[in-house]
Design a protein around this ligand. Structure first.
Ligand code: HAM
Length: 418
């Protein structure tokens, strides 16, 4: 073997790809029930777009971006997430404006140069939604409900919805100062990264996984307790809406998201079925980003699911997402004339809407039937000299190993009943 796939990337093979199709179909169905419409943005964007929105000091921007120069010297980046590209596209095509609700969804690959491990890839897939134009707490709750409904539809249990608020710029500034003072006292006992973060982006310190820092992080003041009155009111209203929907949640005061654009509500859905990488969905409100990108003051809220992790849960639960195809038919032909008649018949069978395959390897009948079993055909059609002579064809039920002789003129009608 000369080449293999790159570290952190993988090929999704036919034995798995049907699950992805089922998952994507479930997402599309639910997204459109909540009136989201699909948007497809390019895989790469100007690097600046991500630096400005996700934040220079975040892990994603400082360590994980696939950034390269194209032949004309532009700095481009493979998208590490889709919120910033959706805002960019929404503004560029005038989809987003004040006092207008715009709901968009996307499904596609994202790229982050992270250390690969179970549930963490360098090319991974997200399905996400972004709603622009309203700061109604009811919309935050609807978004969380939608995320939960998708999990529900897929029958995924043992999930925990974690909610928190990162407040507005105002309360975050006050909190950040308070936090900086607090952590500065312990800086000499904390890791190197944290020492830098205390100065550059204090809130990020809360994200540190280093053991030596945990003790100080655990005792740090929380933003939720420092929210200004309007932010607190907004968050309380989100919670009442969630209660109204009967949606169970946990207030996680320690939760921070790895992206800087959030304002107000943030949330994550955690699966107890996954290991260290247990977040299947993350999202929240980002009311300043549209303005930051040159648009009006348009509030926004959204989330993204990690599809790789959902497939992993489905695999762990050995849940069977059946391929949505109809029963496969395999046409066995013996001799040149049969092949010709067969080719015409298979064209008609496919036109009828049935997946069908025939022998292109000139195998004998026994081997053709073996092949029919291998590709899990439900039925085989057998066309040999005798059948042609009497204008018949044999229909064989592969599972039951039963067969019937059918006049050629009636075969399409018969297939339509299987
Ligand atoms: P995020 O939390 O960075 O948020 O990613 C969302 C989800 O993508 C995660 O919960 C996880 O399931 C999955 N994910 C992230 N990184 C990886 C990886 N390396 N391998 C496998 N799965 C991964 C965002 O991306 C935001 N844009 C979400 C959002 C939309 N916020 C508002 N609107």
């Amino acid at each position: 073997m000369k080449y293999t796939s790159q570290r952190g990337t993988r090929d999704i093979l036919p034995e798995e790809s049907y699950k992805w199709q089922a998952l994507e179909t479930a997402c599309r169905r639910l997204f459109s029930l909540y009136n989201y419409q699909e948007i497809r943005t390019p895989i790469f964007e100007a690097s600046e777009l991500f630096v400005r929105s996700i934040g220079e000091a975040t892990d994603i921007v400082s360590k994980e971006m696939y950034t390269f120069q194209d032949k004309s010297g532009r700095s481009l980046t493979l998208r590490p997430e889709a919120t910033a590209p959706v805002v960019r596209a929404g503004l560029q095509h005038h989809l987003i404006s004040k006092d207008k609700l715009t709901k968009l969804y996307y499904i596609g690959p994202m790229f982050r140069y992270e250390r690969p491990q179970a549930g963490r890839y360098r090319q991974f897939y997200q399905a996400g939604v972004e709603a622009f134009g309203s700061n109604d707490p009811a919309l935050d709750a609807e978004i969380i409900l939608l995320a939960e409904q998708i999990m529900n539809r897929l029958g995924i249990k043992d999930l925990e919805v974690n909610v928190n608020s990162v407040g507005c710029e105002g309360c975050r500034k006050t909190y950040s100062t308070k936090l900086k003072t607090y952590f500065s006292t312990y800086a000499s006992q904390m890791c190197e990264d944290c020492c830098v973060r205390i100065e550059t982006n204090t809130l990020r310190v809360l994200d540190c996984k280093n053991k030596q820092c945990q003790e100080f992080i655990d005792k740090a003041p929380t933003l939720l307790d420092e929210l200004c009155a309007p932010c607190k009111d907004q968050f309380d209203k989100v919670l009442s809406w969630l209660q109204l929907y009967g949606l169970k949640y946990v207030i996680n005061r320690r939760m921070v998201r790895g992206l800087d654009y959030y304002t107000g509500t943030i949330f994550e859905i955690i699966s107890k079925k996954l290991g260290a990488q247990n977040a299947v969905c993350g999202g929240g409100r980002y009311d300043k980003l549209v303005r930051e990108f040159g648009g009006d003051d348009v509030p926004a809220v959204g989330f993204a699911f990690g599809l790789d992790r959902i497939v992993e849960i489905l695999n762990a639960e050995t849940r069977n997402l059946e391929p949505a195809t109809k029963k496969l038919i395999y046409l066995c032909t013996i001799g040149e004339e049969a092949e010709k008649i067969g080719a015409e018949l298979i064209y008609k069978i496919r036109k009828l809407g049935f997946p069908a395959e025939m022998d292109y390897l000139k195998k004998n009948l026994k081997s053709q039937l073996k092949e029919a079993s291998r590709i899990k055909a439900k039925f085989a059609l057998i066309l040999g000299e005798d059948e042609i002579k009497f204008n018949n064809i044999i229909l064989r039920d592969m599972e039951q190993a039963m067969q019937e002789v059918i006049p050629m003129a009636n075969i399409l009608e018969r297939i339509d009943t299987i």
